[in-house]
Ligand binder design. Structure first.
Ligand code: AMP
Ligand code: ZN
Length: 666
């Protein structure tokens, strides 16, 4: 019996491993996600019923859940080196000459690979099992991020027999571009700032404390080097091909070259084709193919002599600055945006670029009709690098930052120490009003289904809403006449608004859109002050006394509550029945058992043991696991072991029956 269960578990694990590989490495699934889930659930059930067959390398261990408070800093068995960089054909010829001279050979074979742009990782396998994953760190020591890395499905936790048993394999943890864009789309929808680039996001993900969070991120791992003492394989190319067969994700773009001419052809191809790749690359890596030669060449103090990176130039194009727009955010902050003559850059047409703020305009000395250089670096949004002053028209005039709000015409203000200009007409400036309402209904705030961002604008333009409290006065008759508004959508909208009255206080607080009061700060404030009135009455001192609340946030809160318009909107929301206080999870029935501790033992007539324990807590008492001098009562049921009774008696603990207990609380 037990044998067949063990076999069943092993068979399921092997099957799931294979399907994982087909899906995540070969990109060629052979069963549906649903079938996969069924198998995984089956395995989970068997494993939880039979903990004796637990394995750290089981496919069920990929969902994460392990929490790491502090990542252990560990010494690499084999140092992780950097790569020397080169930027021209000349550099590469120099490198080739050095290597040939060093080895005393005339001809060499190279492998060319893409240089993957992510976070370096060293995976150690012992006995074909993944035992650790460590970041590069300073090359000598890195952080042990094994729990997080195990959640990356393309990394095999156990490999089949036939490759090597003990080895290290190195690669880059990356986030493919489409996964990255999806993550950002989701963040923007939730009113969170977008991540800036895939590389930093990948390395940040490795350092998350909760591996279950890591499991949700679209991480992948591209591998490029095996470290082993084995002499089984003769060339770098060969060992990578074998590693791929055994389940490692080795990109297929690798080639072997027998001359520098072929290397240049590879560089030339990928200099343009790289923009069609699903992930980012910032260059290529050329390696001496023969592993024996690699050994002979060894390392300098920083990098291997047998490899060199060739860095692509960040693609830059020149185009014309047509005009500058000024956008007003929901907090009134002004962002200047450059409108450019459309130009093709890194595979996409670029029409706009952010100019950030007045300082940036000043620094670039950028003017309308200037020819400017635009670059797409690690960041997704293109940047203006510089102005081509040789092409500046004679009659050009220095750019003056906008003086008045483009929407409401009030004077823009830049406060001491702030990078941004602001429109202070909080309640009369359309983009601010609309932005605030859009924030109010967003998912992490009031989560109102049935209204989209465009609908907010429609409602505002139709004079139906001027602030978020007005949402709660809307009727179906109001909104039906709106453009493209069907009866059903109108109904959904009203229902969504009604439902939002149940949203808990901390989210309502966040929804109010007080500057610098994000989701996390709202939670802290709600927990501390418990209701809106206490928060409204707080002064500077009581505010900054709260964990993580600094001067900037405190002042912004004081500001909000000193504004009569905010107060009147707030009062209307209160009348409408929104949640303005936290719901204490209050299940207590009485405090009759306050300060008393209980041990429950045996079988009872009127309660299940769990109900009994719950009842103790509901009346203020405490359940303890075992008898000690501090225990007050032992509630003895039927079939209580005699040893317990003796122990209670020697400790002087009062033994009571179920009925005596009921008397205590009634
Ligand atoms: P750098 O950080 O510029 O010194 O570049 C060295 C790093 O490039 C190494 O630590 C690797 O993590 C990374 N790298 C990316 N792709 C490759 C590759 N195909 N071969 C070797 N190293 C690579
Ligand atoms: Zn304005």
């Amino acid at each position: 019996m037990s044998n067949s269960i063990e076999e069943k578990i092993e068979t399921l694990r092997a099957e799931l491993r294979k399907h994982n590989h087909n899906y995540y490495v070969s990109d060629n699934p052979t069963i549906s996600d649903y079938e996969f889930d069924l198998k995984l659930k089956e395995l989970e059930a068997l494993e939880s019923k039979h903990p004796e067959y637990f394995s750290k390398n089981s496919p069920t261990q990929r969902v994460g859940g392990e929490i790491t408070e502090n990542f252990k800093n560990v010494t690499h068995t084999n140092r992780m080196y950097s790569l020397d960089n080169s930027y021209s054909q000349e550099d590469l010829y120099d490198w080739e000459n050095r290597v040939k001279k060093n080895l005393g050979v005339e001809k060499l074979t190279y492998t060319c690979e893409l240089k993957y742009d992510g976070a370096s990782i060293n995976l150690s396998y012992k006995n074909r099992k993944l035992v650790s994953a460590v970041t590069r760190g300073d090359g000598f020591k890195g952080d042990d991020v094994t729990a997080n890395v195990k959640t990356i499905k393309s990394i095999p936790l156990l490999i089949n027999d036939g490759f090597l048993n003990d080895f290290e394999i190195r690669g880059e943890i990356i986030i493919p571009l489409d996964g990255f864009n999806k993550m950002n789309a989701e963040r923007l929808k939730n009113d969170e700032e977008a991540y800036r680039n895939p590389r930093n996001t990948a390395s940040g993900s490795l350092k998350l404390k909760d591996s279950a969070e890591v499991a949700k991120r679209p991480l992948d791992c591209l591998l490029y080097q095996i470290v082993t003492d084995s002499t089984k394989y003769k060339s770098h190319f060969e060992i990578l091909q074998e590693a791929r067969k055994f389940g490692f994700k080795i990109p297929t773009e690798i080639v072997q070259c027998t001359s520098m001419q072929e290397v240049f052809a590879f560089i030339h191809k990928w200099n343009t084709d790289r923009f069609d790749l699903p992930y980012e690359t910032d260059g290529i890596v050329i390696k001496v193919n023969n592993l024996h030669f690699q050994n002979e060449l060894g390392f300098t103090s920083k990098s291997p002599r047998w490899a060199i990176a060739y860095k692509f130039k960040a693609e830059q194009v020149a185009t014309k600055l047509l005009s500058i727009d000024y956008q007003i955010g929901r907090t009134g902050a002004v962002t200047p945006v450059a409108n450019l003559e459309p130009v093709l850059l890194a595979g996409t047409v670029v029409k706009r670029a952010s100019l950030h703020n007045a300082d940036q305009i000043e620094k670039l000395d950028i003017r309308i009709n200037d020819t400017v250089f635009v670059e797409k670096g690690g960041e997704i949004i293109p940047k203006i690098i510089a102005v081509d002053f040789t092409k500046r028209p004679k009659d050009s005039v220095k750019t003056e930052f906008l003086k008045n709000c483009p929407s409401c015409n009030s004077a823009l203000v830049r406060k001491e120490g702030e990078a941004h200009h602001y429109c202070l007409n909080e309640f009369g400036c359309k983009p601010q009003i609309i932005g605030r309402i859009q924030h109010f209904i967003s998912r992490k705030a009031m989560n109102i289904d049935g209204i989209g961002d465009e609908t907010v604008e429609l409602l505002y333009d139709a004079d139906l809403i001027l602030n978020y409290a007005d949402l709660y006065d809307l009727t179906i008759a109001d909104i039906l006449p709106l453009e493209r508004m069907a009866e059903k959508s109108a109904q959904n909208m009203i229902e969504g608004i009604e439902k939002s009255k149940q949203i808990p206080f901390e989210k309502v607080l966040f929804a109010l859109g007080i500057r610098f009061v994000g989701a996390t700060v709202s939670k802290k404030l709600a927990k501390h002050f418990k209701n809106i009135d206490a928060l409204a009455q707080a002064n500077f001192e009581t505010l900054i006394a709260v964990d993580e609340i600094g001067e900037r946030i405190a002042n912004s809160i004081l500001n909000f509550f000193s504004e009569p318009t905010s107060i009147s909107i707030l009062n209307r929301l209160k009348e409408k029945g929104l949640q303005f206080q936290i719901v204490e999870d209050d299940t207590s029935v009485s405090d009759k058992l306050n300060g008393m501790s209980f041990v429950v033992s045996g079988v009872f007539e009127k309660f299940s043991r769990n109900d009994l324990k719950k009842t103790i807590e509901e009346n203020g008492g405490k359940n303890v696991g075992s008898l000690s001098k501090k225990t007050n009562f032992l509630i003895a049921g039927d079939k209580m072991g005699p040893a317990k009774k003796v122990k209670a008696e020697t400790l002087g603990i009062k033994i009571i029956s179920e009925n005596e207990f009921i008397n205590m609380i009634s």
